[in-house]
Design a binder for this molecule. Structure first.
Ligand SMILES: [Zn+2]
Length: 177
């Protein structure tokens, strides 16, 4: 299923239902090929570093069901505001979504109005990720295992230093540092 306004509205509806107007709000929604419309909020923690992105619940639910995510949107809203902003998935969530391949659609903000969405594939958002598609199934690896990939990735990455500097994945960032 393709990204559409219905998916965006589902994320907005959950956000508004869950978060009081005086607080920051946010939520995500995803379509699956099997016809699901999944929604989720993030997980807060006393330690902000331990919190989870709004998308995480949808991603875990889809994997639990064995379904394939085809489109994702994430929205947020500042306190005491009616302005709803479209959030591009962070680098980690992009890597999580690559589990379902590079043609998953994600909503990104319109550069002229961050409250409006534009649909892009993961491949468009992070074009250099295609270079490691052969090890895509390992792209969600934790930091401890990134070093195991460097030997495979470096010959590819070193040939395109400009791309590696633009990419946002932890794997590629390690190689750029
Ligand atoms: Zn994220």
């Amino acid at each position: 299923m393709k990204l559409d306004q219905r998916l965006v509205d589902a994320a907005i509806e959950l956000m508004n239902a869950h978060f009081p107007k005086g607080e920051w709000g946010g939520a995500a929604a995803m379509y699956t090929r099997e016809g699901d419309l999944l929604t989720s909020i993030g997980a807060d923690s006393p330690n902000p570093a331990a919190g989870l992105c709004y998308e995480t619940g949808c991603i875990c639910e889809a994997q639990k069901l064995g379904h394939t995510v085809t489109a994702s949107v994430c929205v947020c809203r500042p306190p005491n505001s009616d302005k709803i902003l479209i959030l591009t998935p962070c680098g980690i969530c992009q890597e999580r979504l690559f589990f379902w391949d590079s043609d998953v659609e994600v909503a990104v903000p319109d550069p002229h109005d961050p409250g409006q969405w534009i649909a892009k594939t993961l491949n468009q958002v992070q074009p250099c990720m295609v270079l490691i598609s052969s090890v895509r199934d390992k792209a969600f690896l934790c930091h401890e295992t990134h070093s195991q990939l460097i030997g495979k990735l470096f010959p590819l990455i070193s040939g395109v230093p400009a791309c590696s500097k633009q990419a946002g994945t932890p794997v590629l960032k390690m190689l750029c540092c």
